[in-house]
Write a protein that binds this ligand. Structure first.
Ligand code: URA
Length: 211
């Protein structure tokens, strides 16, 4: 990684010199705190999911986000684009952000596992286990005010069991000493449109907890 960085810096400096810069401010040379971790996730081979991925899906949003959203796993569209929640469930998620006053600038979105399981099946325990260090490192970097757990798989991070979302949603839990609020997954909302207003209410609670 260090060599990669150095080569990139040299390339960029040569280009700047070429277009007429004599010097640049050193504050411009700050790397994203995610830089190394993104490299690790993109080259990860800790479980079999790497064999069929087009892209690992690290996450999207600022490292200083107040809200961290944790979904389940990338789907087909996410695998192709390398970005979380870009399919139909993603559109629904962003609509529910708007309806609850949550702004994108305050949100970092990721998943429990970073590679797509075949046929969008649920992640297996071994996959979640091997991928967990990446999520933990993301949380450590971001230090969000609140973590939103979307659906049963994400809820299981806090409870240890992949069930109970109907009973637990909207409640304030603790996950690694962070405040965590579970709610329904947007894919569930697509299948059960009546649940949308419940998720919007849960998101309003999330919004209040960062204000
Ligand atoms: N569903 C998820 O849980 N995550 C995504 O990124 C997309 C769909």
């Amino acid at each position: 990684m260090e060599n990669y960085r150095e080569n990139k810096i040299v390339e960029v400096l040569q280009m700047l010199k070429y277009i007429g810069f004599d010097s640049i401010d050193s504050s411009l040379l700050k790397f994203s705190p995610f830089e190394d971790l993104i490299g690790e996730v993109n080259t990860c081979r800790k479980c079999d999911l790497h064999k069929n991925r087009t892209n690992a899906v690290f996450g999207k949003g600022p490292a200083g986000a107040d809200i961290m959203i944790v979904g389940e796993a990338p789907g087909r569209d996410e695998d192709i684009q390398g970005i979380p929640f870009v399919g139909r469930a993603g559109k629904k998620l962003y609509d529910m952000f708007s309806a609850s006053g949550i702004e994108e600038k305050d949100v970092f979105i990721t998943n429990v596992i970073k590679c797509r399981p075949p046929g969008n099946r649920n992640p297996e325990p071994v996959e979640m286990e091997r991928c967990r260090p990446y999520l933990l490192k993301q949380i450590e970097i971001i230090q969000p005010k609140v973590i939103v757990l979307l659906g049963n798989i994400a809820l299981s991070l806090a409870t240890g069991t992949p069930s109970g979302i109907t009973k637990m949603r909207g409640k304030s839990l603790e996950y690694l000493s962070y405040k965590a609020i579970p709610t329904f997954h947007p894919a569930y909302v697509l299948r059960n449109p009546g649940s949308e207003k419940i998720v919007v209410e849960d998101f309003k609670k999330v919004k209040r907890s960062i204000s």
